[in-house]
Design a protein around this ligand. Sequence first.
Ligand SMILES: Nc1nc2c(c(=O)[nH]1)N[C@H]1C(S)=C(S)[C@@H](COP(=O)(O)OP(=O)(O)OC[C@H]3O[C@@H](n4cnc5c(=O)[nH]c(N)nc54)[C@H](O)[C@@H]3O)O[C@H]1N2
Ligand SMILES: Nc1nc2c(c(=O)[nH]1)N[C@H]1C(S)=C(S)[C@@H](COP(=O)(O)OP(=O)(O)OC[C@H]3O[C@@H](n4cnc5c(=O)[nH]c(N)nc54)[C@H](O)[C@@H]3O)O[C@H]1N2
Ligand SMILES: [Mo]
Length: 757
Amino acid sequence: MSRPHLTHWGAFQAKSDGVRLSEVQPFPEDPEPNELIHNVASAQHHPTRVDRPYVRAGWLHNGPGPSKDRGHEPFVPLEWDRAEELLGAELRRVYGQYGGKAVFGGSYGWGSAGRFHHAQSQVHRFLNTLGGYVRSLGTYSYGTSEALLPHILGDAWAIIRGSTAWEQVERHTDLIVAFGGISAKNATMSSGGVARHRIRGRLSQLRASGTRIVSVSPIADDTPAEAGAEWLAPRPGTDAALMLALAHVLITEELTDRAFLDRYTVGFDKFAADVLAHGRAPEWAAEVTGVPAERIHRLAREMAAGRTMISVSWSLQRARFGEQPLWLGVVLAAMLGQIGLPGGGFGHGYGSSAYPGEGGSAISLPALPQGHNPVREFIPVARISDMLLNPGAPYDFNGQRLSYPDIRLVYWCGGNPFHHHQDLARLREAFTRPETVVVHDPFWTATARHADFVLPSTMTVERDDFGMGNADAELWAMPALTAPHAQARDDYAIFAALAARFGVEREFTEGRDARAWLEHLYSSWRRDLPDFETFFATGVAELPMRPQDQVLLADFRADPEAAPLPTPSGRIEIHSSTIESFGYEDCPGHPVWLEPDPEPADRPLYLLANQPKSRLHSQHDVGAHSRATKHRDREPLRMHPADAAGRGLTDGDIALVRGERGSCLAAVRLSDALRPGVVQLSTGAWYDPDPQNPAFCRHGNPNVLFADVPTSTLAQGCAGAHTRVEITRHEGAVPPLSVLTPPASSDAKEAEPASEL
Ligand SMILES: Nc1nc2c(c(=O)[nH]1)N[C@H]1C(S)=C(S)[C@@H](COP(=O)(O)OP(=O)(O)OC[C@H]3O[C@@H](n4cnc5c(=O)[nH]c(N)nc54)[C@H](O)[C@@H]3O)O[C@H]1N2
Ligand SMILES: Nc1nc2c(c(=O)[nH]1)N[C@H]1C(S)=C(S)[C@@H](COP(=O)(O)OP(=O)(O)OC[C@H]3O[C@@H](n4cnc5c(=O)[nH]c(N)nc54)[C@H](O)[C@@H]3O)O[C@H]1N2
Ligand SMILES: [Mo]
């Protein structure tokens, strides 16, 4: 019998013999199934699954302390009981000596789908039970929006979740100007799951109903062929110049909606004067962006001629000065006066994930209670290396003067910083600093390889749970399909056992096992649904849908006095006195063009490190579908034929990619979907550092190339969208990868640790 299962990237059904899955098929009601579902079964028993608990040999022999050996040393296998004893004692030591403010539990990452076993919820509840932890604020996804939007428009999540419904766009929109495209590959995902993928259908319908799309992106297929979009390809990182020029035309040709600007916005005159004073005309922008001046002129007039949606993908803000194009997207929409009208205005993240524009459920799911965190310290999420390298150092963030906490123990559960952070050699240096690093993961990820304690987690298919994504309105039962791999345990079970060693088991578990928690969360949540046993046996519970007629900021438009925005003025802030008062040169009081760092002559190519089509981030990179996209075991790098020819490269060559901070190998794939001068190397290839050089990845992880710089002082956000590189042919043999097998483990007899445990 085939049984169903839900992942972040889709639902599937599979047969199970209790250990292995077979005959994996997409959920029959998914109109646009994707191949990523085939990564799960093929990765489940891969040799890189962590089969039992491990401790780094040096930690075991020398005890806790900073160590340059993380990532180099063999691991010693442990019995569960011994692992709990050692780690339990270490947690008691750290909490006893330093308290929760010395424990980093930010633990960012996309761990598992499934509501109860959601890794972030588990680790945060656990650390709160012990005495709290230093948290991280915001996301790598749209951390810059999270800092900027509250100053100018409203809370980022409310804006993204409140995106105007696709139905409204289909009915009313004449033109979508999509900065960063509307990506079908990215809309395969939604945190928590996606049962029905709809984006290609949405875009076909838009085309049929006469909505025109201009896809502004260095990559043509960022908007799929179904949309029939026009392709405008600016240089990466120059959208702000293009947008300022569009604003220039709207101002000089008097195409702005003055009445809207007067009633709903503040600061337009300052902004407009600046645009004119600096001569941000299309002729100027053409030089910066590479988009012809004539096309910019015409586009501005087209935007003013009908109902226009300005769509800004999340990627635009994940770059140096990423505040500017985001802010300018809002400003352009305000100048057109269509914010709050059906099908017009501003949208953030169409195509970046499955849910923007989709209705989804009207009610939110129950969550595991997190308890109370007495520790006030936090870091903006992408400042992880800065924090570990510079304890006590002051820094600025969003109008606050803060200083980095002094971290002794790092606890990561459900994320992979050696996937997600920039400048991996620097991160590796940062990971030498703590006294102890603990990682739970199902796989030997690069982060697990840099830990002291590695505890094997189950995968979603190995445990009972329930879940639902933001684009759906049905709750899925997710009964375990197989037994856990080897000695893997649920994060919950691991934490419960550690809590017992700490003497706080009752506080953590409240006397429940996982099954009892599922029942409890479900039953205390809604009384109008079938009882838990019936739900779990049936497999799904329908939830009420949100109406599909949502229009972003319609209430504000209807009555800005009764429904003011949560900004200081209650209006859209084209100029923000608050941001101006911070005095940041890298994010002044209204959006401007900030000159990028001088062009490095020896790195003429732009490299886009976008989200990978073949997997979610680094997850299941050893899975069959992800491996099938590799060539000679290297991550594919897409390149325009002209750029390749100029470098003597052809399709299938192994290339050496050299960036600001490091280099990597990748397999050249020729494609004319790229703007010449731009190459694409998606994120997520497992970091495979050369043993002598951590800044050289043999596999193709682009995060070795990037400098670890924030978007700006305002947001301190991740700036990983693009960087500058040069590419040459890799000379000599192609080295074998080390990440496809587990790290060395030492069977050496466990010696007594030197420290006082
Ligand atoms: N250069 C560059 N870098 C980027 C980006 C970019 O565009 N460019 N994008 C950024 C973005 S938007 C994001 S969101 C981040 C993503 O960064 P992450 O979310 O850190 O990446 P994932 O690979 O999804 O990591 C999730 C980890 O959780 C593990 N896991 C899965 N299930 C469980 C479980 O049940 N328990 C435990 N303990 N672990 C589990 C997986 O095996 C995996 O190792 O990357 C960011 N990094
Ligand atoms: N298949 C797949 N889908 C995913 C994910 C995944 O790992 N795999 N991750 C999910 C997550 S966590 C997130 S946050 C979202 C991220 O969603 P996004 O941030 O929107 O996704 P990206 O793929 O990083 O970027 C989308 C496109 O933006 C374009 N772009 C980059 N820089 C510029 C620029 O300066 N100007 C313009 N005009 N365009 C630019 C690139 O060509 C890129 O392909 O994706 C989600 N969807
Ligand atoms: Mo993300």
